[in-house]
Design a protein around this ligand. Structure first.
Ligand code: GDP
Length: 528
Protein backbone atom coordinates (compact mmCIF):
# COMPACT_ATOMS: atom_id res chain seq x y z
CA UNK A 1 0.00 0.00 0.00
CA UNK A 2 1.29 3.47 -0.79
CA UNK A 3 2.50 5.79 1.94
CA UNK A 4 -0.40 8.13 1.26
CA UNK A 5 -3.01 5.37 1.60
CA UNK A 6 -1.43 4.05 4.79
CA UNK A 7 -1.55 7.50 6.35
CA UNK A 8 -5.06 8.27 5.19
CA UNK A 9 -6.46 5.09 6.71
CA UNK A 10 -5.23 5.96 10.21
CA UNK A 11 -7.41 7.40 12.97
CA UNK A 12 -5.59 8.25 16.18
CA UNK A 13 -7.78 9.46 19.02
CA UNK A 14 -8.30 9.58 22.76
CA UNK A 15 -11.38 8.82 24.84
CA UNK A 16 -11.83 11.42 27.55
CA UNK A 17 -14.24 11.34 30.45
CA UNK A 18 -14.71 12.01 34.12
CA UNK A 19 -13.84 8.83 36.07
CA UNK A 20 -16.70 6.29 36.03
CA UNK A 21 -18.47 7.70 32.99
CA UNK A 22 -17.59 4.53 31.09
CA UNK A 23 -14.32 5.22 29.24
CA UNK A 24 -12.87 1.76 29.90
CA UNK A 25 -16.10 -0.01 29.04
CA UNK A 26 -16.48 1.90 25.78
CA UNK A 27 -12.84 1.32 24.80
CA UNK A 28 -13.30 -2.38 25.37
CA UNK A 29 -16.41 -2.55 23.22
CA UNK A 30 -14.64 -0.69 20.42
CA UNK A 31 -11.88 -3.31 20.58
CA UNK A 32 -14.48 -6.07 20.43
CA UNK A 33 -15.80 -4.63 17.17
CA UNK A 34 -12.30 -4.52 15.80
CA UNK A 35 -12.02 -8.22 16.61
CA UNK A 36 -8.91 -7.27 18.56
CA UNK A 37 -10.11 -8.98 21.73
CA UNK A 38 -12.45 -11.88 22.11
CA UNK A 39 -14.20 -11.20 25.36
CA UNK A 40 -15.30 -8.49 27.71
CA UNK A 41 -13.05 -7.80 30.68
CA UNK A 42 -9.84 -7.88 28.64
CA UNK A 43 -9.17 -4.17 28.95
CA UNK A 44 -8.22 -3.31 32.49
CA UNK A 45 -9.44 -0.14 34.02
CA UNK A 46 -6.43 1.85 35.05
CA UNK A 47 -8.08 3.96 37.62
CA UNK A 48 -6.84 4.39 41.13
CA UNK A 49 -9.56 3.63 43.56
CA UNK A 50 -10.57 6.09 46.20
CA UNK A 51 -8.59 5.68 49.38
CA UNK A 52 -5.78 3.90 47.61
CA UNK A 53 -3.58 6.95 47.96
CA UNK A 54 -1.18 5.30 50.32
CA UNK A 55 -1.31 1.90 48.75
CA UNK A 56 1.96 1.60 46.87
CA UNK A 57 1.00 -1.71 45.36
CA UNK A 58 -1.93 0.05 43.81
CA UNK A 59 0.36 2.64 42.27
CA UNK A 60 2.59 -0.09 40.90
CA UNK A 61 -0.37 -1.99 39.57
CA UNK A 62 -1.61 1.17 37.99
CA UNK A 63 1.71 1.81 36.29
CA UNK A 64 1.76 -1.71 34.93
CA UNK A 65 -1.71 -1.43 33.51
CA UNK A 66 -1.12 1.95 32.05
CA UNK A 67 1.85 0.63 30.04
CA UNK A 68 -0.37 -2.13 28.72
CA UNK A 69 -3.19 0.18 27.80
CA UNK A 70 -1.22 3.23 26.71
CA UNK A 71 -2.07 2.58 23.10
CA UNK A 72 -4.75 0.19 21.89
CA UNK A 73 -4.76 -0.34 18.15
CA UNK A 74 -7.08 -2.35 15.95
CA UNK A 75 -8.28 -2.68 12.37
CA UNK A 76 -11.89 -1.98 11.46
CA UNK A 77 -13.27 -1.86 7.98
CA UNK A 78 -9.86 -1.23 6.44
CA UNK A 79 -9.16 1.56 8.93
CA UNK A 80 -6.29 1.41 11.42
CA UNK A 81 -7.65 2.77 14.68
CA UNK A 82 -5.23 3.88 17.42
CA UNK A 83 -6.77 4.67 20.81
CA UNK A 84 -4.51 6.55 23.20
CA UNK A 85 -5.26 6.04 26.85
CA UNK A 86 -5.90 9.12 28.95
CA UNK A 87 -5.93 8.66 32.72
CA UNK A 88 -9.14 10.02 34.19
CA UNK A 89 -7.79 10.47 37.72
CA UNK A 90 -7.26 14.16 38.33
CA UNK A 91 -3.82 13.69 39.84
CA UNK A 92 -2.69 12.43 36.45
CA UNK A 93 -4.36 15.22 34.50
CA UNK A 94 -1.06 16.50 33.17
CA UNK A 95 -0.38 13.10 31.63
CA UNK A 96 -3.71 13.37 29.88
CA UNK A 97 -3.01 16.91 28.66
CA UNK A 98 0.23 15.70 27.11
CA UNK A 99 -1.45 12.72 25.49
CA UNK A 100 -3.91 15.14 23.91
CA UNK A 101 -0.98 16.64 21.96
CA UNK A 102 -0.68 13.27 20.17
CA UNK A 103 -4.32 12.68 19.18
CA UNK A 104 -6.03 13.79 16.00
CA UNK A 105 -9.51 13.70 17.51
CA UNK A 106 -11.33 12.68 20.69
CA UNK A 107 -14.50 10.96 21.86
CA UNK A 108 -15.98 12.52 24.99
CA UNK A 109 -18.00 10.16 27.21
CA UNK A 110 -20.75 11.71 29.34
CA UNK A 111 -22.83 9.83 31.92
CA UNK A 112 -26.53 10.42 31.17
CA UNK A 113 -27.40 10.70 34.86
CA UNK A 114 -24.44 12.74 36.08
CA UNK A 115 -24.22 14.97 33.04
CA UNK A 116 -21.15 17.13 32.50
CA UNK A 117 -18.65 16.59 35.32
CA UNK A 118 -15.62 18.54 36.44
CA UNK A 119 -12.87 16.51 34.77
CA UNK A 120 -14.77 16.47 31.48
CA UNK A 121 -14.96 20.24 31.57
CA UNK A 122 -11.21 20.62 32.04
CA UNK A 123 -10.27 18.13 29.35
CA UNK A 124 -12.75 19.47 26.81
CA UNK A 125 -11.41 22.95 27.43
CA UNK A 126 -7.92 21.79 26.46
CA UNK A 127 -9.33 20.13 23.32
CA UNK A 128 -11.23 23.28 22.45
CA UNK A 129 -8.09 25.39 22.81
CA UNK A 130 -6.31 23.05 20.43
CA UNK A 131 -9.21 22.82 17.96
CA UNK A 132 -9.39 19.06 18.28
CA UNK A 133 -12.44 17.53 16.57
CA UNK A 134 -14.75 15.93 19.16
CA UNK A 135 -17.59 13.42 19.10
CA UNK A 136 -19.74 13.12 22.25
CA UNK A 137 -21.07 9.75 23.44
CA UNK A 138 -23.83 9.93 26.05
CA UNK A 139 -23.54 6.70 27.98
CA UNK A 140 -25.66 4.58 30.33
CA UNK A 141 -28.97 5.09 28.53
CA UNK A 142 -30.18 1.89 30.20
CA UNK A 143 -30.35 3.93 33.42
CA UNK A 144 -32.65 6.76 34.44
CA UNK A 145 -30.96 10.02 33.61
CA UNK A 146 -31.45 13.53 32.40
CA UNK A 147 -33.81 14.45 29.61
CA UNK A 148 -31.96 14.31 26.27
CA UNK A 149 -32.66 17.95 25.35
CA UNK A 150 -31.67 19.20 28.81
CA UNK A 151 -28.45 17.26 28.61
CA UNK A 152 -27.64 18.60 25.15
CA UNK A 153 -28.21 22.10 26.54
CA UNK A 154 -25.93 21.38 29.46
CA UNK A 155 -23.21 20.12 27.10
CA UNK A 156 -23.48 23.26 25.00
CA UNK A 157 -23.34 25.54 27.99
CA UNK A 158 -20.82 23.89 30.27
CA UNK A 159 -18.50 22.58 27.57
CA UNK A 160 -18.94 25.43 25.15
CA UNK A 161 -19.71 23.06 22.28
CA UNK A 162 -22.10 23.33 19.35
CA UNK A 163 -23.81 19.97 19.27
CA UNK A 164 -25.64 18.03 16.56
CA UNK A 165 -27.33 14.82 17.68
CA UNK A 166 -26.67 12.09 15.11
CA UNK A 167 -28.69 9.57 17.06
CA UNK A 168 -31.58 9.94 19.47
CA UNK A 169 -32.81 7.73 22.31
CA UNK A 170 -36.26 6.21 22.39
CA UNK A 171 -37.10 6.42 26.09
CA UNK A 172 -34.53 5.81 28.79
CA UNK A 173 -33.82 3.70 31.85
CA UNK A 174 -36.59 1.20 32.46
CA UNK A 175 -38.41 2.46 29.36
CA UNK A 176 -35.37 2.52 27.11
CA UNK A 177 -36.51 1.03 23.81
CA UNK A 178 -33.64 1.77 21.52
CA UNK A 179 -32.03 4.39 19.39
CA UNK A 180 -33.02 6.14 16.23
CA UNK A 181 -29.92 6.67 14.15
CA UNK A 182 -30.34 10.02 12.45
CA UNK A 183 -27.04 9.54 10.61
CA UNK A 184 -27.99 6.19 9.03
CA UNK A 185 -31.79 6.57 9.23
CA UNK A 186 -32.48 3.31 10.99
CA UNK A 187 -33.63 2.02 14.34
CA UNK A 188 -31.80 -0.15 16.75
CA UNK A 189 -34.00 -1.86 19.34
CA UNK A 190 -32.68 -2.44 22.82
CA UNK A 191 -33.12 -5.91 24.28
CA UNK A 192 -30.89 -5.44 27.30
CA UNK A 193 -28.97 -8.54 26.36
CA UNK A 194 -25.35 -7.60 26.82
CA UNK A 195 -24.10 -10.96 25.58
CA UNK A 196 -24.98 -10.08 22.06
CA UNK A 197 -21.96 -8.78 20.21
CA UNK A 198 -23.75 -7.07 17.40
CA UNK A 199 -27.28 -5.71 17.51
CA UNK A 200 -29.72 -5.87 14.70
CA UNK A 201 -30.82 -2.70 13.08
CA UNK A 202 -34.06 -2.10 11.29
CA UNK A 203 -34.13 0.27 8.37
CA UNK A 204 -36.75 2.97 8.77
CA UNK A 205 -36.70 5.10 5.67
CA UNK A 206 -39.61 7.19 6.83
CA UNK A 207 -40.39 8.06 10.44
CA UNK A 208 -44.10 8.29 9.65
CA UNK A 209 -44.17 4.60 8.74
CA UNK A 210 -46.65 2.54 10.89
CA UNK A 211 -43.81 0.05 11.24
CA UNK A 212 -42.38 2.37 13.89
CA UNK A 213 -45.57 2.18 16.01
CA UNK A 214 -45.49 -1.59 15.76
CA UNK A 215 -41.86 -1.75 16.86
CA UNK A 216 -41.80 0.64 19.82
CA UNK A 217 -45.48 1.18 20.60
CA UNK A 218 -47.79 4.09 19.69
CA UNK A 219 -46.76 6.37 22.52
CA UNK A 220 -43.01 6.06 22.09
CA UNK A 221 -43.37 6.37 18.31
CA UNK A 222 -45.35 9.60 18.69
CA UNK A 223 -42.82 11.04 21.12
CA UNK A 224 -39.92 10.11 18.86
CA UNK A 225 -41.55 11.78 15.84
CA UNK A 226 -42.04 14.96 17.84
CA UNK A 227 -38.55 14.88 19.22
CA UNK A 228 -36.87 14.33 15.87
CA UNK A 229 -38.88 17.21 14.47
CA UNK A 230 -37.60 19.32 17.33
CA UNK A 231 -34.03 18.13 16.74
CA UNK A 232 -34.28 19.11 13.10
CA UNK A 233 -35.68 22.48 14.09
CA UNK A 234 -33.18 23.34 16.81
CA UNK A 235 -29.86 21.92 15.76
CA UNK A 236 -27.77 22.76 12.72
CA UNK A 237 -27.27 20.19 9.98
CA UNK A 238 -24.21 18.05 10.39
CA UNK A 239 -21.30 19.46 8.41
CA UNK A 240 -18.12 17.43 8.21
CA UNK A 241 -15.87 20.42 7.62
CA UNK A 242 -17.27 22.17 10.70
CA UNK A 243 -16.66 19.04 12.75
CA UNK A 244 -13.07 18.75 11.47
CA UNK A 245 -12.49 22.42 12.30
CA UNK A 246 -13.83 21.83 15.82
CA UNK A 247 -16.78 24.14 15.21
CA UNK A 248 -19.45 21.49 15.64
CA UNK A 249 -19.67 18.27 17.66
CA UNK A 250 -21.84 15.28 16.74
CA UNK A 251 -23.54 13.45 19.62
CA UNK A 252 -24.44 9.76 19.94
CA UNK A 253 -26.48 8.02 22.63
CA UNK A 254 -25.95 4.48 23.86
CA UNK A 255 -24.96 2.09 26.56
CA UNK A 256 -21.38 0.93 26.48
CA UNK A 257 -21.99 -1.80 29.03
CA UNK A 258 -24.73 -3.29 26.87
CA UNK A 259 -22.71 -2.75 23.73
CA UNK A 260 -25.57 -0.67 22.48
CA UNK A 261 -25.10 2.27 20.15
CA UNK A 262 -21.37 1.57 20.01
CA UNK A 263 -21.29 0.22 16.45
CA UNK A 264 -23.12 3.34 15.22
CA UNK A 265 -20.55 5.48 16.99
CA UNK A 266 -17.64 3.52 15.52
CA UNK A 267 -19.07 3.48 11.99
CA UNK A 268 -19.57 7.20 12.01
CA UNK A 269 -16.20 7.73 13.66
CA UNK A 270 -14.17 5.86 11.02
CA UNK A 271 -16.14 7.69 8.37
CA UNK A 272 -15.74 11.27 9.57
CA UNK A 273 -12.80 11.38 12.03
CA UNK A 274 -9.65 12.97 10.67
CA UNK A 275 -6.64 11.05 9.45
CA UNK A 276 -3.36 12.44 10.87
CA UNK A 277 -3.36 16.21 10.80
CA UNK A 278 -0.53 18.62 9.94
CA UNK A 279 1.43 19.75 12.98
CA UNK A 280 3.09 23.04 13.67
CA UNK A 281 6.76 23.00 14.65
CA UNK A 282 8.81 26.00 15.67
CA UNK A 283 10.28 25.97 12.18
CA UNK A 284 7.31 25.19 9.92
CA UNK A 285 4.03 23.35 9.45
CA UNK A 286 4.73 19.66 8.81
CA UNK A 287 2.32 17.66 6.67
CA UNK A 288 1.78 13.98 7.59
CA UNK A 289 2.05 13.00 3.93
CA UNK A 290 5.62 14.24 3.57
CA UNK A 291 7.79 11.23 2.85
CA UNK A 292 10.44 12.08 5.45
CA UNK A 293 9.82 10.78 8.96
CA UNK A 294 9.34 13.19 11.87
CA UNK A 295 7.86 12.51 15.29
CA UNK A 296 7.88 13.68 18.89
CA UNK A 297 7.85 12.12 22.33
CA UNK A 298 4.70 12.72 24.32
CA UNK A 299 5.04 10.16 27.07
CA UNK A 300 7.81 8.27 28.83
CA UNK A 301 7.14 5.20 30.87
CA UNK A 302 9.55 3.67 33.33
CA UNK A 303 10.06 -0.06 33.33
CA UNK A 304 8.25 -1.66 36.21
CA UNK A 305 11.14 -4.00 36.86
CA UNK A 306 13.68 -2.14 39.01
CA UNK A 307 16.48 -4.37 37.67
CA UNK A 308 15.95 -3.05 34.19
CA UNK A 309 16.11 0.67 34.33
CA UNK A 310 15.22 1.21 30.69
CA UNK A 311 12.15 3.16 29.85
CA UNK A 312 9.69 3.20 27.01
CA UNK A 313 9.44 6.50 25.17
CA UNK A 314 6.22 6.91 23.17
CA UNK A 315 6.66 8.63 19.83
CA UNK A 316 3.79 10.00 17.79
CA UNK A 317 4.75 9.78 14.15
CA UNK A 318 3.82 13.12 12.61
CA UNK A 319 4.97 12.56 9.03
CA UNK A 320 6.29 9.85 6.74
CA UNK A 321 7.16 6.42 8.00
CA UNK A 322 9.35 5.18 10.82
CA UNK A 323 11.66 2.28 10.04
CA UNK A 324 13.49 -0.10 12.31
CA UNK A 325 17.30 0.25 12.40
CA UNK A 326 17.32 3.45 10.37
CA UNK A 327 19.37 6.29 11.88
CA UNK A 328 17.27 9.24 13.05
CA UNK A 329 18.32 12.60 14.40
CA UNK A 330 17.57 13.34 18.06
CA UNK A 331 17.24 17.07 17.47
CA UNK A 332 17.82 18.35 21.02
CA UNK A 333 20.97 16.26 21.50
CA UNK A 334 22.03 16.66 17.86
CA UNK A 335 22.78 12.95 17.82
CA UNK A 336 21.89 10.16 15.40
CA UNK A 337 20.15 7.17 16.95
CA UNK A 338 19.02 3.78 15.65
CA UNK A 339 16.30 1.68 17.16
CA UNK A 340 16.56 -2.07 16.78
CA UNK A 341 13.37 -3.02 18.58
CA UNK A 342 10.67 -0.38 18.20
CA UNK A 343 7.36 -1.52 19.65
CA UNK A 344 4.06 -1.10 17.93
CA UNK A 345 0.82 -1.72 19.72
CA UNK A 346 -1.97 -4.04 18.77
CA UNK A 347 -4.96 -4.39 21.08
CA UNK A 348 -3.41 -4.90 24.49
CA UNK A 349 -0.16 -6.41 23.19
CA UNK A 350 2.97 -4.77 21.95
CA UNK A 351 5.28 -6.24 19.36
CA UNK A 352 8.39 -5.29 17.43
CA UNK A 353 7.66 -3.80 14.03
CA UNK A 354 9.70 -2.83 11.00
CA UNK A 355 7.59 0.03 9.72
CA UNK A 356 5.02 2.40 11.23
CA UNK A 357 3.25 5.33 9.59
CA UNK A 358 2.20 8.86 10.43
CA UNK A 359 -0.58 8.65 13.00
CA UNK A 360 0.90 5.57 14.65
CA UNK A 361 2.61 5.46 18.01
CA UNK A 362 5.88 3.58 18.46
CA UNK A 363 7.46 2.73 21.79
CA UNK A 364 11.25 3.12 21.86
CA UNK A 365 13.47 1.63 24.53
CA UNK A 366 15.36 4.43 26.19
CA UNK A 367 18.18 4.50 28.68
CA UNK A 368 17.67 8.13 29.60
CA UNK A 369 18.22 10.03 26.33
CA UNK A 370 14.69 11.29 25.93
CA UNK A 371 12.60 14.00 27.47
CA UNK A 372 8.96 14.74 26.85
CA UNK A 373 8.69 16.98 23.79
CA UNK A 374 11.88 15.73 22.08
CA UNK A 375 11.73 15.52 18.30
CA UNK A 376 13.17 12.84 15.98
CA UNK A 377 13.70 13.48 12.27
CA UNK A 378 15.69 12.18 9.28
CA UNK A 379 18.09 15.12 9.64
CA UNK A 380 16.04 18.30 9.41
CA UNK A 381 16.00 20.57 12.45
CA UNK A 382 12.41 20.49 13.63
CA UNK A 383 11.13 21.19 17.12
CA UNK A 384 7.49 20.35 17.70
CA UNK A 385 5.48 22.76 19.76
CA UNK A 386 2.65 22.02 22.03
CA UNK A 387 3.93 19.89 24.89
CA UNK A 388 3.85 22.67 27.50
CA UNK A 389 4.14 22.39 31.25
CA UNK A 390 1.20 23.72 33.19
CA UNK A 391 1.47 25.46 36.53
CA UNK A 392 1.42 22.75 39.21
CA UNK A 393 -1.19 22.85 41.96
CA UNK A 394 0.97 21.59 44.83
CA UNK A 395 4.47 22.61 45.90
CA UNK A 396 6.85 21.07 48.41
CA UNK A 397 10.54 21.32 49.19
CA UNK A 398 12.32 18.04 48.60
CA UNK A 399 15.10 17.09 51.04
CA UNK A 400 17.67 14.35 50.85
CA UNK A 401 17.05 11.89 53.70
CA UNK A 402 20.16 9.80 53.09
CA UNK A 403 23.28 11.93 52.58
CA UNK A 404 25.25 8.94 51.28
CA UNK A 405 22.87 8.59 48.37
CA UNK A 406 22.73 12.13 47.05
CA UNK A 407 24.02 11.12 43.61
CA UNK A 408 21.25 8.55 43.28
CA UNK A 409 18.70 11.06 44.48
CA UNK A 410 19.67 13.65 41.87
CA UNK A 411 19.76 11.12 39.09
CA UNK A 412 16.38 9.76 40.14
CA UNK A 413 14.79 13.19 40.35
CA UNK A 414 16.27 14.13 37.01
CA UNK A 415 14.84 11.09 35.25
CA UNK A 416 11.45 11.27 36.93
CA UNK A 417 11.13 14.91 35.86
CA UNK A 418 12.06 13.95 32.26
CA UNK A 419 9.23 11.45 32.38
CA UNK A 420 6.94 14.30 33.32
CA UNK A 421 5.93 12.85 36.70
CA UNK A 422 6.27 16.33 38.25
CA UNK A 423 8.17 19.57 37.78
CA UNK A 424 11.23 20.76 39.63
CA UNK A 425 12.12 24.34 40.46
CA UNK A 426 15.40 25.57 41.89
CA UNK A 427 15.10 28.64 44.12
CA UNK A 428 17.28 31.54 43.02
CA UNK A 429 18.00 32.60 46.58
CA UNK A 430 19.43 29.41 48.07
CA UNK A 431 19.36 26.68 45.43
CA UNK A 432 16.76 24.62 47.30
CA UNK A 433 14.71 22.26 45.15
CA UNK A 434 10.94 22.49 45.01
CA UNK A 435 8.75 19.78 43.48
CA UNK A 436 5.50 20.91 41.91
CA UNK A 437 2.75 18.44 41.05
CA UNK A 438 -0.81 18.41 39.76
CA UNK A 439 -2.01 16.05 42.49
CA UNK A 440 -0.88 15.12 45.97
CA UNK A 441 -0.60 11.48 44.92
CA UNK A 442 2.50 12.23 42.86
CA UNK A 443 4.57 12.92 46.01
CA UNK A 444 4.05 9.37 47.14
CA UNK A 445 4.78 8.01 43.68
CA UNK A 446 8.07 9.97 43.60
CA UNK A 447 9.12 8.92 47.09
CA UNK A 448 8.32 5.30 46.37
CA UNK A 449 10.04 5.24 43.01
CA UNK A 450 13.16 7.05 44.26
CA UNK A 451 13.54 4.41 46.91
CA UNK A 452 12.73 1.36 44.80
CA UNK A 453 14.33 2.30 41.52
CA UNK A 454 17.24 4.50 42.60
CA UNK A 455 17.89 3.48 46.19
CA UNK A 456 17.47 7.07 47.40
CA UNK A 457 15.36 8.48 50.20
CA UNK A 458 13.64 11.82 50.35
CA UNK A 459 11.41 13.82 52.66
CA UNK A 460 9.18 16.76 51.87
CA UNK A 461 8.56 20.05 53.56
CA UNK A 462 5.57 22.24 52.98
CA UNK A 463 5.91 25.43 51.07
CA UNK A 464 3.24 27.99 50.53
CA UNK A 465 2.91 28.60 46.81
CA UNK A 466 -0.32 29.43 45.04
CA UNK A 467 0.84 29.24 41.41
CA UNK A 468 3.98 29.06 39.32
CA UNK A 469 4.09 31.66 36.56
CA UNK A 470 6.65 31.71 33.81
CA UNK A 471 8.18 35.16 33.58
CA UNK A 472 8.46 36.64 30.11
CA UNK A 473 10.76 39.67 30.14
CA UNK A 474 10.40 40.23 26.37
CA UNK A 475 9.19 43.76 25.83
CA UNK A 476 9.44 44.72 29.49
CA UNK A 477 11.02 47.94 30.69
CA UNK A 478 14.51 47.08 31.84
CA UNK A 479 14.33 49.20 35.04
CA UNK A 480 11.04 47.58 35.94
CA UNK A 481 12.42 44.09 35.30
CA UNK A 482 15.52 44.75 37.42
CA UNK A 483 13.41 45.96 40.28
CA UNK A 484 11.10 42.97 40.02
CA UNK A 485 14.03 40.55 40.17
CA UNK A 486 15.49 42.38 43.19
CA UNK A 487 12.30 42.78 45.18
CA UNK A 488 10.86 39.35 44.43
CA UNK A 489 14.09 37.37 44.64
CA UNK A 490 12.69 35.22 47.43
CA UNK A 491 9.91 34.02 45.11
CA UNK A 492 11.97 33.38 42.01
CA UNK A 493 13.16 30.02 40.74
CA UNK A 494 14.41 28.35 37.58
CA UNK A 495 12.59 25.44 35.97
CA UNK A 496 14.39 22.50 34.36
CA UNK A 497 14.85 24.40 31.11
CA UNK A 498 16.36 27.32 33.05
CA UNK A 499 13.34 29.51 32.43
CA UNK A 500 12.59 32.04 35.16
CA UNK A 501 9.51 31.25 37.24
CA UNK A 502 7.69 33.39 39.78
CA UNK A 503 6.27 31.32 42.64
CA UNK A 504 3.41 33.52 43.81
CA UNK A 505 2.33 32.77 47.37
CA UNK A 506 -1.26 33.90 46.91
CA UNK A 507 -3.68 34.99 44.22
CA UNK A 508 -3.57 38.43 45.79
CA UNK A 509 0.21 38.78 45.65
CA UNK A 510 0.18 37.60 42.03
CA UNK A 511 -2.35 40.25 41.16
CA UNK A 512 -0.38 42.95 43.01
CA UNK A 513 2.82 41.92 41.25
CA UNK A 514 1.14 42.03 37.85
CA UNK A 515 -0.15 45.52 38.62
CA UNK A 516 3.16 46.77 39.93
CA UNK A 517 5.19 45.51 36.98
CA UNK A 518 2.79 45.91 34.06
CA UNK A 519 5.43 45.56 31.36
CA UNK A 520 6.40 42.04 32.46
CA UNK A 521 4.27 39.18 31.22
CA UNK A 522 3.36 36.26 33.49
CA UNK A 523 2.30 32.99 31.85
CA UNK A 524 0.60 29.95 33.35
CA UNK A 525 2.19 27.48 30.93
CA UNK A 526 5.84 27.11 30.02
CA UNK A 527 5.23 27.72 26.32
CA UNK A 528 4.51 31.24 25.18
P1 GDP B 1 -14.22 4.83 33.47
O1 GDP B 1 -13.80 5.22 34.85
O2 GDP B 1 -14.71 6.00 32.70
O3 GDP B 1 -13.21 4.01 32.72
O4 GDP B 1 -15.55 3.92 33.67
P2 GDP B 1 -15.77 2.37 33.55
O5 GDP B 1 -15.79 1.94 32.12
O6 GDP B 1 -14.86 1.64 34.46
O7 GDP B 1 -17.28 2.30 34.07
C1 GDP B 1 -17.64 2.72 35.35
C2 GDP B 1 -18.84 1.92 35.83
O8 GDP B 1 -19.97 2.20 35.04
C3 GDP B 1 -18.61 0.42 35.75
O9 GDP B 1 -19.20 -0.18 36.87
C4 GDP B 1 -19.35 0.03 34.48
O10 GDP B 1 -19.80 -1.30 34.51
C5 GDP B 1 -20.50 1.01 34.49
N1 GDP B 1 -21.01 1.27 33.13
C6 GDP B 1 -20.32 1.57 32.01
N2 GDP B 1 -21.15 1.72 30.96
C7 GDP B 1 -22.41 1.51 31.42
C8 GDP B 1 -23.70 1.51 30.80
O11 GDP B 1 -23.87 1.74 29.61
N3 GDP B 1 -24.76 1.28 31.62
C9 GDP B 1 -24.62 1.02 32.96
N4 GDP B 1 -25.71 0.79 33.66
N5 GDP B 1 -23.42 1.01 33.55
C10 GDP B 1 -22.32 1.24 32.80
Amino acid sequence: MSLLKEIQRRRTFGVIAHPDAGKTTLTEKLLLFGGAIQEAGAVKSNKIKKGATSDFMEIERQRGISVATSVLAFEYDGIKVNILDTPGHKDFAEDTFRTLTAVDSVIVVVDVAKGVEEQTEKLVEVCRMRNIPMIVFINKMDREGKDAFDLLDEIEQKLGLRVVPLSFPIGMGYDFKGIYNIWEKNINLFTGDSRKDIEETIEISDLSSPELDRLVGDKAAKTLREEIELVEGIYPDFDKEDYLNAKLQPVFFGSALNNFGVRELLDCFVDIAPSPRPKLSEERLVDPKEDKFTGFIFKIHANMDPNHRDRLAFVKIVSGKFERNKPYLHVRNNKKMKFSSPNAFFAEKKEIVDTSYAGDIVGLHDTGNFKIGDTLTEGEIINYKGVPSFSPEHFRYINNADPLKSKQLFKGIDQLMDEGVAQIFTLELNGRKVIGTVGALQYEVIQYRLEHEYGAKCTYENLNVHKACWVDPKGSKSEEYKEFVRVKQRFLAKDKQNQLVFLADSAFSLQMTQQKYPSIKFHFTSEF
